[in-house]
Design a protein around this ligand. Structure first.
Ligand SMILES: [Zn+2]
Length: 314
């Protein structure tokens, strides 16, 4: 094993870059802007230049780099082909080959960002010590990643772990970002619980501290629930029901050791885990009824850790 590696997490506004020692500790981490003009044509060249500059700064040769792991916001096939990243303007092309070519043929591994974050959490975060981990990221949407035997389950179409688009309600009229109706992320994401709060505040005429807020965030809802606000407790319970039910379906197929809950919404902490587990346990298949639930611990660094893990774990 060579002494260094890079973990790169490409997001819609910034690229998080991690320069790592091969034991998984950071040498340094930094960010560069994601240039999306010209269909994102400059994103990989920018990353290549940033890596070269960082190596020069530290006096390290490319020969001492084991590889570069990259997380991208779109479906990724096994050989590093990205099947379109709408957020970046990318169509279908081999990201691993392209970036490797820009960096003297250093090995490059590419994964979907949610899957890669799950790998990071399995390696050094909430799933540390376990081989089989399901991670759910509750942010603007609901992302997911499935790690089996320490490896990402990417699937045949790069859609492995797309937990957010499991259909939970057949009679939903609102449309999800994916074009379907009734997806988990329409109820269980930060955006989803805020959307549900507007519907409930309209329907339920009881008093709630949420009514005094000009703009409601998911944090407001969890904060109010913690103080006993009945309407907020109902919203948190609905989110728990949606996630708990979906995760019971998933564990019947995947049977992980642990389910890790991450993303901005997970900052709510124990109240969130309690709401999910309350609905999970009664409907889960008996053999996986006691599956553990844990909060993610790596935060925004999970993607960089998971990305570098891909090259250190080949
Ligand atoms: Zn959807």
């Amino acid at each position: 094993m060579k002494p260094y590696a890079f973990g790169i997490d490409i997001g819609g506004t910034t690229v998080k870059c991690g320069f790592f020692n091969s034991d998984g500790t950071f040498v340094e981490k930094w960010e560069i802007p994601t240039r999306k003009e010209d269909d994102g044509a400059m994103i990989l060249p920018d990353i290549a230049e940033a890596i070269k500059a960082k190596l020069a700064e530290h006096g390290v040769s490319m020969d001492d780099v084991e590889g570069i792991g990259v997380g991208v916001p779109g479906p990724v096939l096994d050989d590093g082909v990205v099947n379109g990243c709408v957020n970046l303007g990318w169509g279908v092309f081999n990201v691993a080959e392209k970036l490797s070519g820009l960096l003297g043929d250093v090995p490059v591994q590419v994964g979907n960002d949610a899957n890669v974050a799950a790998l990071g959490e399995q390696w050094l975060g909430g799933g540390k010590g376990f081989k089989n981990v399901v991670m759910v990221t509750l942010g603007t949407g609901v992302g997911g990643g499935i790690i089996i035997g320490g490896k990402i389950l990417a699937g045949s179409h790069g859609a492995g772990g797309e937990i957010g688009h499991i259909q939970m309600r057949k009679n939903e009229t609102a449309v999800c970002g994916c074009g379907k109706k009734g997806c988990l992320e329409q109820y269980a994401s930060a955006t989803g619980i805020v959307r549900m709060s507007k519907i409930l505040l309209e329907k339920d005429k009881n008093d709630s501290s949420l009514r005094s807020l000009a703009e409601i965030t998911s944090k407001d809802i969890f904060d109010a629930a913690k103080t006993g606000d009945a309407l907020s407790l109902k919203l948190v319970d609905t989110l728990g029901e949606m996630l708990g039910t979906a995760l019971a379906h998933i564990t019947a197929v995947v049977d992980p050791d642990v389910i890790v809950i991450g993303g901005g919404v997970s900052k709510a902490g124990q109240i969130l885990l309690d709401a999910i587990e309350k609905h999970y346990r009664p409907v889960a298949f008996h053999a996986c009824r006691s599956t553990q639930f844990k909060l993610a611990v790596l935060g925004n660094d999970a993607g960089m850790y998971g990305a570098v893990r891909m090259v250190l774990n080949r």
